[in-house]
Design a binder for this molecule. Structure first.
Ligand SMILES: [Zn+2]
Length: 99
């Protein structure tokens, strides 16, 4: 389950980098994306939404930015959803190992 997701995650990363030449999402853009999601789904994020934002969330954490304050819905979801939390922790381990 996690392996499958990580596989998708890295393919997506590679695609993005290829299309946009090492493009990195800014906080403003992440916020915009979150607002879009909030508009479509009243209060809670789905697991799919969290997967979309999880890499941004993890990278903000690693950069020492306050990702919990910025993306409270993700934080909330991670607290509530063991599956997503497991994926988040696996992602953090990988990002830390790369740093
Ligand atoms: Zn979830």
């Amino acid at each position: 389950m996690v392996i499958k997701w990580l596989d998708r995650f890295f393919k997506r990363k590679q695609q993005k980098a290829a299309q946009q030449g090492g493009y990195k999402m800014t906080i403003a853009e992440a916020e915009k994306m979150l607002v879009m999601i909030q508009k479509t789904q009243e209060t809670e994020l789905s697991c799919d939404d969290v997967h979309e934002l999880l890499d941004q969330y993890a990278e903000m954490k690693l950069r020492g930015e306050d990702a919990s304050a910025l993306l409270p819905l993700i934080r909330f979801h991670l607290d509530m959803c063991p599956d997503c939390r497991e994926e988040y922790e696996a992602l953090m381990r990988i990002l830390r190992a790369q740093a």
